[in-house]
Write a protein that binds this ligand. Structure first.
Ligand code: TMP
Length: 202
């Protein structure tokens, strides 16, 4: 099974992936953990280009294609082979991030983003996506503002959120919103409940 995590900046997404990893390791359920962009040698190099705050001249289409390129490598080098071996794959961000950030917030349009990503994902969509449903203005941590994406305006991050909400509606139940609690353990329990219900974990 292929599971992804999505959400705006600062909502505790990476913490939740870490807590899920701890739980699954503790209960003897093996999985492959990856993040986007990144998790292969080439994809990490692409991540550096995307995040570099000195790359101020980067055009929207370049950015969208770099995310897709990183994804294309990850799908072929890690995700597909792991799924073929019957392993559980848990990925911090995937295609929905491109739809929300580049499609909605950058205003490139959902259709363009899906078209660019078609050859990258080669038909591979997540079986289940956990969306940490918190508006950026309500997020727990203030941005570090160290990378190019985090330096975007509050308005940009609001549009990202609206994009996710629109995508949930058209996802036929694939994207499940989970309300984060101030207590990260409560949030983790809510996520485990969804994953158990969907038969992803024990
Ligand atoms: P992270 O902060 O979760 O590591 O994600 C990296 C940044 O890249 C974050 O600001 C979200 C952004 N992003 C996109 O804009 N499009 C994408 O397709 C992905 C995967 C991430």
């Amino acid at each position: 099974m292929f599971i992804t995590f999505e959400g705006c900046e600062g909502v505790g997404k990476s913490t939740q992936v870490r807590l899920l990893k701890e739980y699954l390791e503790h209960t003897g359920q093996p999985a492959v953990y990856i993040r986007e962009p990144g998790s292969t040698k080439i994809s990490e190099q692409i991540r550096d280009v995307i995040a570099n705050p000195q790359n101020t001249e980067m055009t929207d289409i370049t950015e969208a294609m770099l995310f897709a390129a990183s994804r294309a490598q990850l799908v072929r080098e890690v995700i597909r082979p792991a799924l073929e071996r019957g392993e559980l794959v848990i990925c911090d961000r995937y295609l929905d991030s491109s739809v929300a950030y580049q499609g909605y917030a950058r205003g490139m349009g959902v259709d363009v983003i899906k078209k660019i990503n078609e050859p990258a994902i080669d038909g591979l969509l997540p079986d289940l996506t956990i969306f940490l449903d918190l508006r950026p203005s309500e997020a727990w941590r203030t941005f570090k503002n160290t990378d190019r994406m985090e330096q975007e305006s509050a308005d940009f991050h609001d549009k990202v959120y609206e994009g996710y909400i629109a995508e949930i509606k058209s996802s036929n139940g694939r994207i499940v919103p989970v309300k984060p609690d101030f207590d990260k353990k409560v949030t983790a329990e809510r996520i485990l409940e969804v994953l158990r219900k969907k038969g992803a974990i024990k």
